[in-house]
Design a protein around this ligand. Sequence first.
Ligand code: MF3
Ligand code: CO
Ligand code: CO
Length: 266
Amino acid sequence: MSIIIKNREEIEKMRIAGRLTSELLDYIKPFVKAGVTTNELDALCQDYTTNVLHAISAPLNYAPNGHKPYPKSICTSVNHQVCHGVPSEKKLKQGDIVNLDVTLIKDGYHGDSSRMFYVGEPSIQAKRLCEITYECMWHGIDAIKPGRHLGDIGHAIQTHAEKNGFSVVREFCGHGIGKTFHEDPQVLHYGKPGTGPKLEPGMVFTIEPMINAGKRDIRQLADGWSIVTKDHSLSAQWEHTILVSDTGYEVLTVSAGTPPKPPFIS
Ligand code: MF3
Ligand code: CO
Ligand code: CO
């Protein structure tokens, strides 16, 4: 495994890519309402990315090893969809929870972030899943500091999820990011403290836990991309792109509309 350490200039470019990524999520938020199709959200994001942010949508035609090219510009994962939900003509309805995952390329560097959105008023259980998943991501982020290990991040996430009666999806993980969308290291959302590579300043990776209300098992739909829970239980996910700084971490995917940190983060 070779983890690329980013230099000062690269980090500056990744700050910009990260901010634009977050601005795209800010932009789309008011459109996430009952009656909108996920294809409409996809088209709005594609247009804003190209014409306002002057950036490139990374998912469109993305074809990692063995996958057929991804057909859309964003991922829209609704309710029991875990990740990589492919936008379609299906309309969002009251009570849905939906993850919008967006990835931009600006000046050769990637930013990758996702948030959960409520369509109208979701059930208490659905809200709790989204909130705990957000806390899981932040417990992972809070474990980042030079000298700590990658396994510390996964352990923090898994502990919080399971303490709350939820399960962690194992098949997908966070990832190094930079000139390429997915690079080393793999950032697992479960694990043991003190295991895995040591964190060093200049590493940039995502933390993007997928947490299920029921069992952790998943399956892939016939479209070759969309992942759903096997037991049809709800699933939530949040994602930030993070830099390991000299003293701790810096969240790169930030903008005016970024949701506030949970109270346990100082
Ligand atoms: N944005 C996803 C991630 O966080 C990857 C999506 S790949 C795609 O890593 F092709 F489905 F867009
Ligand atoms: Co990612
Ligand atoms: Co993503």
